[in-house]
Ligand binder design. Structure first.
Ligand SMILES: NC(=O)c1ccc[n+]([C@@H]2O[C@H](COP(=O)([O-])OP(=O)(O)OC[C@H]3O[C@@H](n4cnc5c(N)ncnc54)[C@H](OP(=O)(O)O)[C@@H]3O)[C@@H](O)[C@H]2O)c1
Length: 331
């Protein structure tokens, strides 16, 4: 099969396109999927830049993906050859509030979706929403699942609340705008780019501000902030937050470390919640919502393939994409 291989060192420079890679065989509880499309996420970058070093065997990266089942393991009754499916790359069970300590994300250490075939447990597979095209289906899982948990489970957002989402151009943020609107919240977003603000309004954002604007003047007060940008925005978010407000965070696109005034947190009775990924049941609920509202995930206009996927990683490193980054595998 064709695959993208990472080996010999850290970073995107150690990615290469390879043909004639051995096709994996599904175990008893696994399915083999002929992949039509995949998506790139920051996790894929973390794998290349840190988790997967030169001491480890060659790896096929990639977490998100969608395709057609071409073989089922002996014990699989839930799916058959020919089923069109999407992958949930998070190996996190159904009913736990926190991820298991040994949680894996497909694409490290197991081979992932940047190949024309992948094997995965049938439990990580769901029927593809029929109204989505392959490109959309291939990018859906990780960003939409992360958005679902941040908005519903952690944010506990309800109608009438004012919710601020900095960094409107991100894949998760584009999902959150749609989800927050479905709850009847007033959605306020920021971006460094005017064109991304216009697109956010098309998705449903009620109020938009440029990153360079005076946010406190333009959008305060808000009930909830859902911030995946980190140090570049978090202290400015605090200027907007009501007494007793909530901050949800699941990402740190502008850096991992931040200082803030602890007194503001406790005097204002704020609640800060961490979130990550989501459970299998949240994944199912996210798919039900997508189906109910017939949403389409936002896909950047630059679409890549297995031969030029390095450019997709570079787009993500430059943070210049809008929404999800897609990889076409088989037409
Ligand atoms: N914990 C989890 O399970 C999980 C899952 C998925 C993603 N994540 C994390 O969530 C974050 C978002 O991921 P993503 O793929 O949706 O989007 P992303 O590519 O990281 O971009 C997020 C947005 O943040 C804004 N931004 C980035 N750097 C900035 C800076 N220095 N100053 C101001 N704004 C900045 C940009 O918005 P504008 O371009 O609009 O200005 C950018 O589009 C990432 O940190 C990712 O690692 C976590």
């Amino acid at each position: 099969m064709d695959a993208v291989i990472h080996e010999g060192g850290l970073g995107v420079d150690h990615l290469s396109f390879s043909q004639g890679v051995e096709t994996p065989k599904p175990n008893a509880d696994e399915v083999l999927i002929n992949l039509k499309s995949a998506g790139l996420n920051h996790h894929d970058l973390f794998v290349l830049n840190g988790h997967h070093d030169s001491q480890q065997p060659a790896l096929i990266p990639g977490s998100d993906g969608a395709g057609v089942i071409s073989e089922v393991g002996r014990d699989v009754r839930e799916f058959k050859v020919g089923d069109e499916v999407i992958i949930n790359p998070l190996l996190w069970g159904t009913h736990t509030n926190v991820p298991p300590t040994n949680m894996e994300v497909l694409g490290y250490p197991r081979n992932g979706t940047l190949a024309d075939k992948v094997v995965i447990s049938y439990k990580q597979v769901s029927k593809k929403p029929s109204y989505l095209d392959w490109t959309e289906a291939g990018v859906l899982s990780l960003s939409a699942l992360t958005a679902y948990r941040a908005v519903f489970t952690k944010g506990q957002v309800h109608a009438g609340q004012r919710v601020f989402v900095p960094g409107a151009g991100g894949a998760v943020a584009t999902n959150m705008i749609m989800m927050l609107k479905s709850l009847g919240a007033t959605v306020i977003v920021s971006s460094r780019h005017q064109d991304k603000l216009a697109k956010a309004e098309e998705l449903g954002a009620d109020e938009v501000v440029l990153d360079s604007d005076n946010w406190a003047e333009k959008v305060a007060p808000v009930d909830i902030v859902i911030d995946d940008v980190g140090p570049a925005t978090l202290n400015r978010d605090f200027e907007l937050l009501k007494f007793g407000g909530t901050v949800v965070t699941f990402g740190s696109s502008s850096g991992d470390e931040i200082t803030f005034d602890l007194r503001r947190l406790f005097f204002n009775q704020w609640v800060m919640k961490g979130s990550t990924g989501g459970t299998q049941s949240e994944f199912k609920k996210m798919l039900e919502l997508y189906d109910k509202y017939q949403w389409h995930p936002v896909v950047d206009s630059h679409i890549f393939n297995l031969r030029n996927v390095k450019q997709g990683y570079e787009l993500m490193m430059n943070k210049s994409q809008y929404g999800n980054i897609a990889v076409t595998i088989q037409k």
